[in-house]
Structure formats: C-alpha cells, structure tokens
Ligand binder design. Sequence first.
Ligand code: UFG
Length: 324
Amino acid sequence: MKNILVVGGAGYIGSHTAKVLEEKGYTPVIYDNLTKGHKKAVRGYTFIKGDLGDKKKLAKVFAKHQIDAVMHFAAFTEVGESVLNPSKYYENNFCKVINLLDAMREANIKYFVFSSTAATFGEPIMEYIDENHPQKPINPYGSSKLMVETALKDYDTAYGLKSVCLRYFNACGAHPSGKIGESHSNESHLIPLVFQAALGKRDSIKIFGTDYPTTDGTCIRDYVHVCDLAAAHIAALEKMAETGGSDQYNLGTGSGYSVKQIIDMVKKVTGLEIKIEYGQRRAGDPAVLVASSEKARKILGWFPQYDLENIIKTVYKWEQKRKY
Ligand code: UFG
C-alpha cells in the first residue's frame, strides 16, 4: 500500500490529508477538477486535473500511477445550498462516486476511504453520537452521503470492494506549517468567519440564535482539527488493509464548544476585538452535535492531538500567511 489517489485532494480536507500521507511515507496522487480546490494547496505533488465523471481518465490514472487505494474528498458540503439545489448534490456527491467505484472495480482496486459526515445522522437523539445512532438525514447533503454509505455496503457484499466511512463532525484548523488551510469562495463556516471579523475583513460575526437549550444559549459543536482527521484516514486505511474488513467511524473530539466559546477563544488567541451581532436561528441547526469517538479510539488507536486553543492557533498562523 503506497500510492493513494486523493480525489478532491486540492480542497480543504483533501490537501491536508495529502500532506499527512506524505509525512507518513505514502505517495499521494491528487485528482481534482478545481471547481472548489486550489492548485496552490497541492504544490509538489503529482496533480491531475480531472472530473469523477470521466471514467476513461480515471482508468488511465489508476494504471499509470499504480494506485493501491482511493480516498474521496470531492463532495459539495453546503447544507443550505443542498436544500435549494438537491440535483447538484445527488449528481456530484452520489452519482459521481458510483462512477468512481465502478472505475475502481474495473481496475481491481479494493480499498476506499470515504469522507462522510455527522449530517447523515439528522437530529440527534443522544448526547454523544456514536456509530449506532440512527441515520436519518434532514437535508440532501446528508442524504447524498448516506446513499454512498449504503452503496458501499452493497459493493462490499457483491464485489468485495472494502471501504471505511469516516463521519466528520466540525472539521477546522490548518496545517501547523501555516502553508495550507481552509479557503472557500463563499465562506459559511463559523471559525473562518470569526477570523474575518477579527482581522477586519468583515464588520462583525453574527451569532445564529441565542435561545438554544445550552448553557449560554448558542449552538454547541464538536470541532476537530483537520490534521487529526487526516491521521484518522491513514489509520483507517491501514486497519482496513490489515483486517480486510469494511467499517464506519465517527470522528470528533468528544468535547462540545458553543458559538460564544469559539468567539472568546479567537479573542484570547489573537488579542483582537471582535464585533458580535445577534441574529435569528439558522434553519436546520440542531442545538448540540458532539461525537462519541470511542470506536475510533479503541480500534484505530486514534486520539485527536489538537484542543480548541491549539486549533485556533493554527488558524491564526494560516490567516496571517495565507496565499490562496
Ligand atoms: N454559526 C453562526 N454564525 C455564522 C456561522 C455559523 O452562529 O456566521 C453557527 C452555526 O449556527 C452553528 C455553528 O456556528 O451552530 C457551526 O456552524 P458551521 O456552519 O461552521 O458548521 P455546521 O455545524 O453547520 O456544519 C458542519 C459542516 C457540515 C457538516 C456538519 C456536521 O459544514 O458539512 O458540520 O456536524 F455536516
């Protein structure tokens, strides 16, 4: 197991995983259509501009680079947009993944690591969401990811294609080098927006709802560093190759932080003032989403290395140096 095709590797989580793969002695090969990704995020790696709809190109890439396993990061991830334009989500996040899996079958590539999401669970019915929590997504984004999870079970049974589904909670942070980090054209995520407010790139940060049943009234999420997620991909790949079995893991730190606590931590780390506005709840936001990652800890030996303060420090470094 050496050559790993990182599909969507020029995007946020893909580019960090490529870097961690390289640090651990693997050879990442990046395949990305650059609709969302950044070429600057994958400098120094083999890069192929290509789309997952292009089976012929995938076949050539698999053969030329002697690909042993595939990691998929090429999804659209905006929950709100998925409600307004489900076609875009089912097409890209489901149909194109099936295309990729079929190209893998034809090339006899047996190992697949899939970026899934906490959004496959829908409204939480338990405090810490573990792998046994019912999966009832409440938006097309979550549904499109769950459809792939379902297909992967069937592909294992029928074709012996082994996979690991990794359900991220709130991915955040940047590589400690500060050379790569989170960069979206229409940013909607909390931490980058708080930094925009701190650095004067926007007037303020608006808190979506202050009347949630939480200690300070704002939503609680489980923020997990992108390099910890990257490390989980590699641990999951290695476990799958060792045991020859497919599996699923929830990935979070098991600690929840409120929107206000995030803003306070950015203030503490940067020493900058942040203007806050108080707004209405955002549709579709559950009050609390926190992972139980006991299974990943026990089976993969995965322990997140970054606490919230260190997460925010890596973002600050990235924000001060960012080139894209
Ligand atoms: N928030 C604000 N103001 C903002 C932006 C966000 O108050 O300007 C709040 C949200 O209401 C939410 C929290 O900050 O309570 C985090 O919001 P994000 O948009 O950063 O992240 P989400 O929790 O909505 O979603 C993220 C990913 C999804 C994934 C989900 C799984 O974007 O793809 O985590 O937990 F499905």
